[in-house]
Each structure stands twice: as C-alpha cells, then as structure tokens.
Design a protein around this ligand. Structure first.
Ligand code: NAD
Ligand code: UGA
Length: 475
C-alpha cells in the first residue's frame, strides 16, 4: 500500500508569508493541490491578476514561481469554506499584530484572526485535518487552537468523525529575500506531539529540504523558538546601533568595529549593519509579545531586559531626526528634504513599521517639506502611512507638506538635504556630482544605511553625516 500522503492543502492568509511560502510548496510538491485563501478579495484578485507585474507583494523571484504554478497546482481563492472542507492539511498564516486595546494592549499579540481561523476550521473541516500554525504565535497558543477544534468535535454530533492534529511550523523567511530563504532554509522547525502528522509535513519539505535540516521539537519549544529567534536578531541590531552612536562620539568607525567583532566566529558577520532602527511587521511585535509573556509569568527582570531592545530602537529613530534638525542650523521649517527610501528594507514594497514613517513624521512636525522617493513603494502607501494618526499632516489640501516623487531627480531638485533611509541598490549608484549641482547650499547627505562613500561626497562639496562614522562633517 502507498504511504499516506498529503494531497490537498489550504492556507488561510494570502499575505507576505502565505503567498510566497505556498508558492514554494507548490513548486516542489507538484502532486499536491494548494489553495491560498483570504478574506481580502482585493488581495486575492491581485494574486490572480493575469499581469504578473500586479502581484500584491514585491519579492524578487516570486513572480516566476507564481507564473509557473498558478492555476496548475496553486490557486488563490476567497472561498474559504470549500478550501477548508477539501483540505487534509491547513496552514494558519494570518496576521498577529500587537493588541491596541484591552488586556495586554501595546504588548500582547492580537489573536483574533487566529481564533477566527480556528473557528472556521472547526466548522468546515471534514474527516481528519492537520492544522499547522505558520503565523508567529505566543507560546502555548496551540492549546487554544486545540480547545476550539476539540469543542467542535464534541459539539458537532453529526460529524463526530471530525478529528484534528495541531503542529507548529514557524516561518523564518525575511522579506526581500523570501524566495531564497524558502528554497534554502537554514532549518525547518516542526513542533508537535503527533509523530505521524509531523512526518507528513516533513515529507512535503523533504521534496527540497535535506532531512537533517528539518528539526522536530515539542510544540511549545517550536512556538517559543520563533519568538526567541526574532528577539535575538533584533537585539543584534539594537546592539550595533548603540555602538554606532558611541563611535560617532569617540572617533571610532562602526564599519571597522563591525568587521573586527564579526570575524569572531562566535559572533559572526551577519546582521551587524547599523541603520535607522529595525522596521518590519514582526521584530517589534514579537519582542513586545515576549515581554508580555515574561510579565505574565512574573519574570519582570527578563521582561525589562528584552523591552530595552525596543526602547533603543525607538531612541535610534528619534536621534536621527534630531541630528538632522541640529545639523540644518536648528530648523528644517520650510526646507525641502529629499527622502530616499520608504520601505523598511531594500527589495520589498512593505512599509509596515518602517523607520522612515517615524522619521518623516518627526520632520514634518518640525515643518519640513518632504519629497519622498522609493523604487517600489507607491504614492498611495506613503500617503496612508503618513496621514494615519497624525491629524496635523494634511495630504489632500494645498497645505500638503510631503510629496511623492517619481524619480531621484524630482526628489532631490532644490533640496537642502538628502536623507537615505533604505539601502536600495539604486542609491549606491547615485551620480553625486550631478545632484550636487541641483541642491541648495550647504548641501547635506544624511546616510543612515552606510551606502555612500563619505570621502567622495565631501570632495564634491557635500556635508555628510553617516551612521557610526567618525569622519562625518560637523553635525
Ligand atoms: P499579512 O497581513 O501580510 O497577511 C495576513 C493575511 O491574513 C491578510 O491578507 C488577511 O486578510 C488574512 N486573514 C486574516 N484573517 C483571516 C481569516 N480569518 N480568513 C482568511 N484570511 C484572513 O501578514 P504576514 O506578513 O503574511 O504575516 C502573517 C504571520 O506570519 C504573522 O504572524 C507574522 O508574524 C508571521 N511572519 C511574517 C513574516 C514576514 O516577513 N512578513 C515572516 C515570518 C513570520
Ligand atoms: C525578520 C527575520 O529576519 C526573519 O527571520 C523573520 O522570519 C521575520 O523577521 C518575521 O518573523 O517577520 P524581516 O523583518 O523581513 O525578517 O527582515 P530583516 O532582514 O530581518 O530586517 C528587519 C529590519 O532590521 C529591517 O528594517 C532591516 O533594515 C533591519 N536590519 C537588518 C538592520 O538594521 N541591520 C541589519 O544588519 C539587518
């Protein structure tokens, strides 16, 4: 008899994780039919758009895989009910943001979408279903999911054959590099207590991931490992950003320090680039969730230890807008500043929690006129990000104090300063002498991503501030 195999997968949530992850599954598991579902009809329509350039997220290499697999074994649909009913394995890949109201507001994860998914599964699933937590969740969430699912087994008398196994399979992809991360993961983590279900999921991964990279753990270790991985990664960024500030005071150079410490194999070279503070939808929310969990278990010292990573990150964003104002003679009022980069990192169109948002808002509060250019983030997104929760910035009226620029030329023409906030390749290749001629004097470049060569720019005549660099002009 053939070994039992998964034939139908449903993924609830067609976002930055659900879309790319299921695309790579579809690419390597040709015999499995995969349906990615979402309540957001617009998002599903974009995933189904015949013009492959209109996918809802930008991720290098994703379009080719979608082109290859879509409507063959990979489908995008809003028909959640039917997709759940037909699936023998369901991935929950919905958003888990920080709660904004109620108990744990500002720290705990808002699990309403996870709970709604579990209830949908409980209602519509048929026969035996393996439910996989793909979203990042607080440790012990599987208990809640199991409870919701097992209640449905008891309540639904007609369908008492309905059974479930719950696994944790957190995702470690990073945006902008998602396809590489999914194709060649450092490891795949599967947590659970049902060995048969674990091996069925492992069998899918084994189509492209070597077995020794597939780690099997308890469900609680798996859930906690995901939060811990993000906390450790974010901690490295706050650590190097803290040292960058000290470099600026002491004539040390953060690039030299970075190299010197990174060559210690125990420390390693990756994830040591200073910047304007980490952004993205996850680091902050996952650390705050860890803080909340520690507080919940009365581990208050540990809670404040991790919270400091977020505090330093916020301080970093504040210090950048303040030093810009100070450098421009204490005021940016009515001065045009060119903002290069709005995405939270290069190679993505995602702006969630991007440091650019906070820094731009602070500069707008100071009266600056911003012209914002990003190769992948559009006008509508920038407008949304800058107009939510700041009443004083009015985009639609003639008083609008920020504009979206379609090109570097538009953004920089007539500006007093250029502020580099995202490390796009395009910004590393700028012809600086061309732009120097178009700017007001003194002309400033504030480089928060270490993308420019300070000496070259200074020779042209720019004043330059570069993060963690001792040879900066005179801030
Ligand atoms: P996202 O907001 O891009 O996508 C989530 C999608 O789920 C949304 O489109 C939303 O409409 C949909 N959704 C919510 N409730 C639903 C329901 N009941 N039924 C159907 N659809 C529903 O979020 P994301 O960035 O893909 O993140 C998802 C999870 O993965 C989060 O827990 C996040 O922490 C984790 N994660 C994200 C990344 C990343 O790089 N973005 C990486 C690893 C892990
Ligand atoms: C991060 C993790 O890297 C992923 O492993 C994880 O799966 C994901 O969060 C998640 O759970 O959502 P992501 O946020 O997409 O991925 O991107 P990163 O490359 O980690 O960058 C996060 C932020 O840190 C960005 O703003 C980036 O510019 C900044 N960063 C990163 C630095 O400032 N310096 C560095 O050296 C690296």
């Amino acid at each position: 008899m053939d070994k039992y195999k998964i034939k139908n997968i449903c993924c609830i949530g067609a976002g930055y994780v659900g879309g790319p992850t299921m695309a790579v599954f579809a690419e390597h598991c040709k015999e499995v039919k995969i349906i990615v579902t979402d309540v957001n009809e617009r998002r599903i329509n974009s995933w189904n758009d015949p013009d492959i350039g209109n996918l809802p997220i930008y991720e290098p290499g994703l379009d080719q895989i979608i082109d290859k697999c879509r409507d063959k074994n990979l489908f995008f649909s809003t028909n959640i009910q039917e997709s759940i009913a037909n699936a023998d394995m369901i991935f929950i890949s919905v958003n888990t943001p920080t709660k904004t109201k109620g108990v744990g507001a500002g720290k705990a994860s808002d699990l309403r979408w996870v709970e709604a998914s579990a209830r949908q599964i409980a209602e519509f699933a048929k026969g035996h279903t393996i439910v996989v937590e793909k979203s990042t969740l607080p440790v012990r969430t599987a208990k809640t999911i199991k409870k919701i699912l097992s209640n449905s087994q008891h309540n639904d008398f007609k369908e008492r054959n309905k059974t479930f196994s719950v696994l944790s399979n957190p995702e470690f992809l990073s945006e902008g590099n998602a396809i590489q991360d999914l194709e060649y993961p450092d490891r795949v983590l599967i947590g659970g207590d049902d060995e048969f279900a674990i091996e069925l999921l492992a069998d899918l991964y084994k189509n492209w991931v070597p077995n020794e990279k597939i780690i099997r753990t308890s469900i609680w270790s798996s859930e906690l490992s995901k939060l811990t991985a993000n906390a450790f990664l974010a901690q490295r960024i706050s650590s190097i950003n803290a040292i960058a500030a000290l470099c600026e005071e002491t004539e040390a150079d953060v690039k030299e320090v970075e190299k010197a410490i990174g060559l210690d194999s125990r420390i390693g070279r990756k994830f040591l680039s200073p910047g304007p503070g980490f952004g993205g939808s996850c680091f902050q929310k996952d650390i705050l969730n860890l803080v909340y969990l520690c507080e919940y278990y009365n581990l208050n010292q540990i809670a404040s230890y991790w919270e400091q990573v977020v505090i330093i990150n916020n301080w970093q964003k504040d210090r950048i807008s303040k030093l810009i104002v100070n450098s421009l003679f204490g005021t940016v009022s009515n001065k045009k500043l060119a903002i290069l980069g709005f995405a939270f990192k290069a190679n993505t169109n995602d702006t969630r929690n991007s440091p650019s948002i906070k820094i731009c808002k602070d500069l707008l509060d100071e009266g600056a006129l911003l012209s914002i250019y990003d190769p992948k983030v559009g006008e509508k997104q920038i407008k949304n990000d800058l107009t939510t929760s700041i009443a004083e910035v009015d985009y639609d009226s003639s008083k609008a104090r920020f504009v979206y620029s379609k090109s570097l030329d538009d953004a920089i023409d007539g500006s007093h300063a250029i502020l580099i906030l995202t490390e796009w390749k395009e910004f590393k290749e700028i012809k600086w002498d061309h732009f120097f001629r178009k700017m007001k004097r003194p002309s400033w470049v504030f480089d928060t991503r270490s993308v420019v060569d300070v000496g070259t720019l200074e020779k042209i005549g720019f004043n330059v501030w570069q993060i963690g660099n001792c040879s900066q002009s005179n801030p």
